[in-house]
Design a protein. Structure first.
Lengths: 119, 114
């Protein structure tokens, strides 16, 4: 149980184009999903918290107009990198928190990641 | 402010040797603590977690970790390392309320010598 998928697993795009990454909770409902960014040989940096049916909460320094997050259902959140540039190339990882989990068990389930390369 | 420190950026051990990866945290309330492993180009795999109760936690792949509140530490241990354990290891602390965010440490890269 508690499986999170991401699609695509890797994507190459041209500079100036937009790329959408999907994050799905496969066997549970997630009111909260998180989007992380990881540069090579570095740790995960939280970009934003995505709440179903409401606007995402972005971390300081993250451009909300560049990284559009939509959490339209309890099993799907999307991250769209708009007008991508080479510096946006990175490994993007999502995670999801089970809707039924109370505060006692704060556990995130992680997706396998999406590698974005912008040429 | 909440933070997680992994003092060792790189650790090299011989196969069969014991391993201890250090993790120190700063958190105002009771923390939820996690250890993850990441192989190159892969996602995160949960090794073990601590929410409450017994301070010695057993995980997968023969790993264990001990929560020491007095030292604000949650060190990961393995009695005998296998070559397949070579990877990046991340310690994380989770909030017990509010946003439920995780804060990750900077990671420790483990190299295993044959």
């Amino acid at each position: 149980g508690a499986v999170v998928s991401q699609h695509p697993s890797w994507v190459i795009c041209k500079s100036g184009t937009s790329v959408k990454i999907e994050c799905r909770s496969l066997d549970f409902q997630a009111t909260t999903m998180f989007w992380y960014r990881q540069f090579p040989k570095q740790s995960l940096m939280l970009m934003a918290t995505s709440n179903e049916g409401s606007k995402a909460t972005y971390e300081q320094g993250v451009e909300k107009d560049k990284f559009l997050i939509n959490h339209a259902s309890l099993t799907l959140s999307t991250l769209t990198v708009t007008s991508a540039h080479p510096e946006d190339s990175s490994f993007y990882i999502c995670s999801a928190r089970d809707r039924l989990a109370g505060s006692v068990y704060n556990e995130q389930f992680f997706g396998p990641g999406t590698r974005l390369t912008v040429l | 402010a909440q933070s997680v420190t992994q003092p060792d950026i790189h650790i090299t051990v011989s196969e069969g040797a014991s391993l201890e990866l250090r993790c120190n945290y700063s958190y105002g309330a009771t923390p939820y603590l996690f250890w993850y492993v990441q192989s190159p180009g892969q996602g995160l795999q949960l090794l073990l977690k601590y929410f409450s109760g017994d301070t010695l936690v057993q995980g997968i792949k023969g790993f264990e970790a001990e929560f020491k509140r007095s030292q604000s530490s949650f060190n990961l241990r393995k009695p005998s390392v296998h070559w397949s354990d070579a990877a990046e290891y991340f310690c994380a602390v989770g909030a017990s309320s509010g946003t439920y965010k995780y804060i990750f440490g900077t990671g420790t890269r483990l190299k295993v010598l044959a």
